[in-house]
Structures are given as C-alpha cells and as structure tokens.
Design a protein around this ligand. Sequence first.
Ligand code: F6P
Length: 322
Amino acid sequence: MRGATAEGHEVVGIQDGWRGLVENDVEPLDRDSVRGILPRGGTILGSSGFNPFREGDGLEALQTTSSALGLDGVVAIGGEGTLGIAYRLNVEHGYPVVGVPKTIDNDLAGTDATIGFDTAVHICTEAIDRLHTTAESHNRVIVLEVMGRYAGWIAAASGIAGGADVILVPEVPTPIEDVCDQLLRRHEGGRDFSIVVVAEGYPLTRRSGEQEDPVVQDVDEYGFARLGGIGRVVAEEITKQLGFETRVTALGHVQRGGTPTARDRLLATRLGLEAARLAHTGTWGRMAAVRGNEITHVSLEEATRERRSVPPAWIEAGRIVA
Ligand code: F6P
C-alpha cells in the first residue's frame, strides 16, 4: 500500500481474495488502515479459496467490479491457488495483475522464499525443542506432523533446525520399514528417545514399493482436500513394528499464527514494494520474487507452472545430521 500511495495511486483492499472482487467487497486502504500491522500475522483483508473461474458468472462479475471501481490493476497476494487464478486472468483475459508470493508452504517456483514460511519454520522448530524435553525424560518416540501440503519444506527446514532424528517429506518418501530400522539402530546405540517430523503430504510408503495416498481429513467448502492425519499413521506403524512408546503432535494452525519473524516482515516489505513498482510501471503478469538476497520478478506462468520441491541436498542434509 505505502509503495503505491508513494507513487500517487489510490489503493483499495479486496476482502477474502477473489471473492471480494467478484462481490464488490472492497475498502479504501490508506496509511492509517495499515498502521501497526507489521507484528500481526495473518491478513487484515481476509482470505478464501474462492475461484471466479468456478462460479457461474464469476469472471463477468469480476470484470464489472474492476471497471466500476476504476481499477488500473490488482496485486494478488497468495499461494498456488490465488496466483494460479491471477495467471489465468492475465494470460486468458489480459487482466492487469501482479503477484506476491505468500504461503507457509514455500512451494512457489521462481522465488527462493514465500512470505510466512520462515515464521512457520520458527514455530515448528520451537515445537521440536519442546518435544525433545518430554521425549527424553519419558523415553518416547514423538512424531510431529507439520503442514506444507504436497511439499516438505516446513518439515525439512524445521526438522534440520530442530535436530529431528527422522524427517519424512513427500518429495522422497522414505519407506516406513527404513524409518523403523533407523529408530531401532538409534535406540540400540543407547538413545532411548527419538523425534520424527513428518510433512502432512508424506504418503505412507513400504519397501515393497507400495504407496498410500496422502492422508486427507476431508474437503473444504471450495473443494480442496484438507490434508492431515499421517502423524498418527506413522506412530501406529512405529508402535506395531518396534513396540516403542510413541506419541503424536499435530501442530496444525498453530504454525500459521502469531507474530511474524523479522525475516518474514522484511521479505513482505521488500516484495510489497516490488509489487507496487511493477503495478506502477504496468508490468503485469509478473510475480515479485526473491533470488538469493535480491528482489526481482518472474512471470506468473513460471511461478505457478509446477510446485517447487525440497531439493535432494536438503533431504541429504537431514539424513546426515540425524
Ligand atoms: O497452504 C497453506 C496451508 O496452511 C497448508 O499447509 C495446509 O494444508 C492448508 O493451508 C490448511 O488449510 P486450511 O486452513 O483450510 O485448513
């Protein structure tokens, strides 16, 4: 907002993502409305999985509202879903939109980081530290399930940072028998507790090559699968195969709340300024991005073409330090 007003633009905030644009649910945004939000997590504008392409006259309504409001363009802030829609609007309908990568999942291509990821990793790392206390004093295996949808970024990063003994991610689905062997070796070597971090998208895999689908709790109001529950399945397997006393913690939405880390605030500020610059210069169809320590921009097509996976080197690092 501040970047755009500094260039003399008037800014409105659209409520609940694309829904607000279709239903003309917008509010003026000025310096006062964004004052003091740096330490606040979440979004002051709300969020939804609303997809104008799936609603009868959604697209028409979106264009009508945009004209009625006299919008020069839209800055879309979100993950794969939000920016996938932004891409289609731009490429199929010439709609003027720029993107800002914001998801704890860190799975957007074209950028080294997305807003929210660092905070989620911080929370999960702290949880691993806390779980170590009770795992150690009660001689238990504790399985921590973290979010990330079909990418293992949060599990890999927090698992390495927290010193987890096993990290399970969708990108390289370790067979459960290997997990049990690893735990057994560790316990035979004199340790009597272990921490296993599992990404919610990890598909239970067996040495035979058999693989189950990721565990889904249910489907949300927009038809998206709600992942969750694999932690319990992994814990049951460990108990069954090893007989170790095992407990499960699923962090859930705790990892999406609270105050953002300084790194996330800085990233959000820098990406926001870049998005304002792109909009001011009419450079539509792009997403503000960070590469190394530099802010840049990539096409929305590149950003949403395929999911960015955890690279093998990270997975290897997790194995080596375990
Ligand atoms: O995409 C972000 C994310 O937090 C995922 O990691 C998680 O699977 C999902 O959203 C949870 O969605 P909801 O808040 O709808 O349960």
